[in-house]
Design a binder for this molecule. Sequence first.
Ligand SMILES: NC(=O)c1ccc[n+]([C@@H]2O[C@H](COP(=O)([O-])OP(=O)(O)OC[C@H]3O[C@@H](n4cnc5c(N)ncnc54)[C@H](O)[C@@H]3O)[C@@H](O)[C@H]2O)c1
Length: 294
Amino acid sequence: MADFRADYSKFTVEDLGWDRVPFTDVDKKVTDLMDFTGKTVIVTGAGGVGLGRALAHRFAALGAKVVMNDINEEGLMKNAKEVEEKWNTKVYPIVADLENFDSVKEFFAKANEALGGHIDVVINNATHTSYGPFFMFTEEQIDTTVRGALLSVIYCLRCACDYMIPQGYGKIVNISSESSYSKNNENIVLYAATKSAMNGLTRGLANELAPFGIMVNGVAPGLMFHDQLRYVFDYPTEENLGVRQTMCQGVADTICKRPSLADEVANTVVYLASDANTYIYGQTILNGGGINVF
Ligand SMILES: NC(=O)c1ccc[n+]([C@@H]2O[C@H](COP(=O)([O-])OP(=O)(O)OC[C@H]3O[C@@H](n4cnc5c(N)ncnc54)[C@H](O)[C@@H]3O)[C@@H](O)[C@H]2O)c1
């Protein structure tokens, strides 16, 4: 890379990096650039009912070879079977606790083997957190949140480097939260702060890893809704009043006045991880229906 602080009168267009511009993509369809046939993907936290599951479906549907991870074996196996049956493909479910560094190292080794020796995409989706007023948090709640929402992601990012740097290619998407941009974080202040830290990691690592051919970005979902959350409205109680209130306020703050499906967030993640994204680096894109637009 040319040093533009030197005498730039001597520089040529090649010094701009013009030789690395993806001219060959111009004649391709965007849909072809978003084809994941031959690509390998890891989705963490894919054993729940939310975004991880939706991501596994989206990537499998686009032809990717997918490793699905979760600490919850039952949910993981159920979701893996569902993805395989729906898209007539094979996925690789691997149970691992991402809050332990040794177990993350072992997980990446197994995933790499299952995926045939290359890991093209890592989606850091898994989260484990505590809820409640910060001033009442116990040591255990603090540790749970920092370990489950941040440290686990740091471990995965560190291990992803070991595989992606030697192969000279990689796309990483960190799942953040719109709360990382907000001050209205009742009961999730520490969780929101871990997501803000994640946004910082996304920015810094995008810069550090770009020379190795690795692109790092993030997506910050707003309120994702799924059928299992309906019960709080179908069966309103005094106990679930707080949850209903949080959801209603969350929706009121959006521009489109509705919650999203996890699948709508997954679309943005898939785009960032695809070959259609060649020029977005270090961003955490708000996918929240216009919430927190500033
Ligand atoms: N649900 C929302 O409205 C919302 C809003 C903003 C951001 N997010 C973020 O989106 C992501 C997905 O959230 P979701 O609510 O869709 O949940 P999800 O269905 O994707 O489930 C997360 C999964 O992570 C797994 N997990 C927890 N700890 C783990 C560990 N130590 N090792 C391995 N797996 C572990 C859980 O078992 C769970 O299945 C999270 O990063 C979350 O912070 C969610």
